[in-house]
Design a binder for this molecule. Structure first.
Ligand SMILES: Cc1cc2nc3c(=O)[nH]c(=O)nc-3n(C[C@H](O)[C@H](O)[C@H](O)COP(=O)(O)O)c2cc1C
Length: 203
């Protein structure tokens, strides 16, 4: 069947599938004791949920107890659970913290555990660090390109100096609200478009 037929000759059930609310995963990129990523993730989810335009869910890498890639026989249940969770998502918001001018090892390891589950989906980045986590976010964009994840332009950057008290209590400035809205608008638009593409081409 040609992809146009597939797009426009949909059954009711297929129509419903592509019209369902999108599933957007908010991925916490850090796993260390004392991490601040859960606070940032909850803030993003709070803003996102108010929109009512998608199903937003926090995905905590720490919950999956992923081993270090290649060091085990690969039968840990968390590996399958991680893959299934990613596969059920249409798009992502990465909560990215800067570790030595890049993303955390935990996030890179978790990203490397999947491939097809990421492809032809959209993502936004919310980062933090001394310079807003900008260097880590730029590294992540390169990784996402390889995985065929369409990362949107708008990128809220949070400062450890002005958006956190004592580098530990998250108190975001109001100025981030506009960027958050724009980033989520873009993630939703691209996630919806790419869902149609995955359907049309059985990707
Ligand atoms: C191993 C390590 C390396 C870090 N390197 C940087 C860095 O290069 N640039 C920066 O802005 N912050 C750096 N930081 C500070 C972190 O951005 C900050 O501690 C942040 O809270 C880490 O996120 P998390 O609390 O969610 O783990 C580093 C922190 C750690 C633990």
């Amino acid at each position: 069947m040609g992809f146009l037929n597939k797009l426009f000759g949909k059954t009711n059930q297929e129509e419903e599938t592509t019209m369902e609310k999108l599933n957007i995963g908010i991925i916490l990129g850090s796993t260390r004791q004392g991490r601040v990523s859960p606070q940032v993730g909850e803030w993003v989810k709070g803003i996102a949920d108010q929109r009512g335009d998608a199903n937003y869910e926090i995905i905590d890498i720490a919950d999956f107890n992923l081993p270090f890639l290649g060091t085990t026989d690969g039968t840990e249940p968390g590996i399958t659970a991680w893959s299934d969770k990613l596969a059920s998502m249409d798009g992502f918001v990465f909560i990215v913290q800067e570790y030595n001018h890049s993303i955390s090892g935990a996030l890179k390891n978790a990203i490397d555990f999947a491939r097809d589950e990421w492809a032809n989906k959209a993502a936004g980045i919310v980062s933090y660090g001394s310079t807003g986590g900008a260097r880590a976010a730029e590294h992540l964009r390169g990784i996402l390109g390889e995985l065929q994840v369409a990362d949107v332009r708008t990128h809220p950057t949070l400062s450890m100096f002005t958006d956190f008290e004592n580098f530990s209590e998250f108190k975001p400035q109001d100025l981030h609200q506009d960027n958050m809205k724009m980033m989520l608008d873009q993630v939703n638009a691209w996630s919806g478009a790419l869902k149609t593409l995955r359907f049309a081409f059985s990707l």
